[in-house]
Design a protein. Structure first.
Length: 433
């Protein structure tokens, strides 16, 4: 912040500023402080705007608008501004040298969201944002010695992601020995083993005991037809048999896009009141289903989305994803497009068929532990179930920040667990109890 204010005081107008920070919370805090401090500075006005993926499109567009006379623009952004966008007028870049990124731990099954140092390649990319058409400057908030310790390049996506989808596609292409496959960036054997184990439990592949290879099953071939996480495709296929394919299609589409909720710290009470209209007492999946149905029923206008603090662009993406998934269902003999109506049990049970490894149980100390693995976990504060304590909950995502949080959670009945769990998993559940 000090660097930005010094630039504003000492540099010519027409030279805008871009600051790289790590995430929404940090950005909003810096934006608020900069606005408060800059009001007390005499001279040209400093126009401060945040930039991160969860911002509604109209707020994001503000950063591309021309800078008014006698003003300087200051954009405070995540790494989205490294490569995804070009903002004209930027002459000064302030690089914190930090980035928030998610990596998958195959051993624990955790997506770990953490703040870490950028790579040298990212540092040069950020520097290149300054003075795209003429000379500019970059203020690096780290020493040359620290820069020398950075990784040369960012870790490839395949080395920090759940490989289940990739491995399933390889099986569908006829690759039976995944461990010998010549990946461009070779993942760890632990990551590959974890992906194969998940696919085997889902029934997508079977082991050939004679040569320790694997073969894709008919179910696996059908799952591979859908460009989503294998757990999602398994849930879709199960929902057809359970008579709720229409509903689960909508839920999976909503889970496949960025968050549709637009938080507004300046209008927190209004946001909570709008959000409350969609909340379902049984969890986040049915809350997302309520949002999707309401969006379609309203005609999906920009005004309706703005009034309800919803991201129209992401909701439109969900509509397109759902259409694509529905077409694939029809191509794969999943033709019974039925809705469960108010029978939410079968919707949650269908999701459970894909996510039966992702179950937490309430303990006697009023805290949750994973049924498989015993990890202590918490419901994320953004969840519809944050204030509730169902005995069992299903989650879509496990993210470790300062705590280990379950995101996108729904309550689940023990009867559904016993019914859906494979025999091996059922024994673990009974042992845990």
């Amino acid at each position: 912040m000090v660097t930005a204010l010094q630039i504003h005081r000492n540099q010519n107008l027409g030279e805008d500023i871009l600051i790289f920070l790590t995430g929404e919370e940090e950005i909003e805090s810096v934006v608020k402080t900069l606005r408060e401090v800059s009001r007390g500075i005499q001279g040209p006005q400093l126009l401060i705007s945040p930039m991160y993926s969860k911002l509604p499109s109209d707020a994001q567009l503000k950063v591309f608008s021309s800078t008014p006379q006698n003003c300087r623009k200051c954009i405070v952004s995540t790494n989205i501004a490294e490569t995804s966008v070009t903002i004209n007028g930027i002459k000064h870049v302030i690089d914190s040298g930090m980035v928030k990124s998610k990596s998958y731990n195959a051993k624990s099954g955790l997506d770990v969201l953490k703040v870490s140092r950028i790579s040298k390649a990212q540092a040069w990319q950020r520097l290149g944002r300054a003075g795209r058409v003429s000379a500019g400057s970059c203020y690096r908030l780290y020493t040359e010695q620290e820069f020398d310790s950075f990784q040369d390049n960012t870790t490839p996506e395949i080395l920090r992601s759940n490989l289940a989808s990739v491995v399933l596609q390889l099986f569908a292409l006829g690759v039976s020995d995944i461990k010998k496959f010549d990946f461009m960036d070779k993942p760890s054997s632990e990551s590959v083993d974890g992906a194969i184990q998940l696919l085997e439990i889902l029934g997508a592949v079977v082991s050939e005991k004679s040569d320790q290879s694997y073969q894709i099953t008919d179910l696996g071939k059908k799952m591979a037809a859908f460009p989503v996480d294998p757990r999602m495709s398994k849930a879709l296929i199960s929902s057809h048999a359970n008579g709720c394919l229409e509903d689960v299609l909508s839920v999976i589409a909503m889970l496949s896009v960025d968050t549709v909720f637009v938080t507004n710290r300046a209008k927190e009470q209004e946001y909570q009141e709008a959000h409350r209209k969609f909340v379902h007492s049984e969890g986040d999946h049915l809350t997302l289903l309520n949002v999707y149905r309401s969006f379609k029923g309203s005609g999906g206008s920009k005004e309706w989305c703005s009034r309800n603090f919803l991201n129209q662009r992401n909701l439109k993406s969900a509509v397109e994803v759902r259409k694509q998934l529905k077409d694939l269902c029809l191509q794969n003999d999943l033709t019974s497009m039925l809705s469960a109506g108010t029978n939410t049990y079968v919707i949650r049970k269908s999701l459970l068929t894909g996510y039966f490894q992702s179950i937490a149980e309430l303990q006697i100390n009023n805290q949750y532990k994973l049924v498989i693995g015993g990890q202590a976990v918490c419901i994320h504060p953004s969840s519809a179930l944050f204030q509730c304590k169902p005995q069992y909950i299903l989650y879509n995502e496990l993210v470790k920040t300062n705590k280990c949080y379950m995101r996108n959670v729904s309550m689940i009945e023990e009867a559904a667990l016993i019914d859906v769990f494979p025999e091996s998993m059922r024994r673990k559940l009974q042992k845990a109890n």
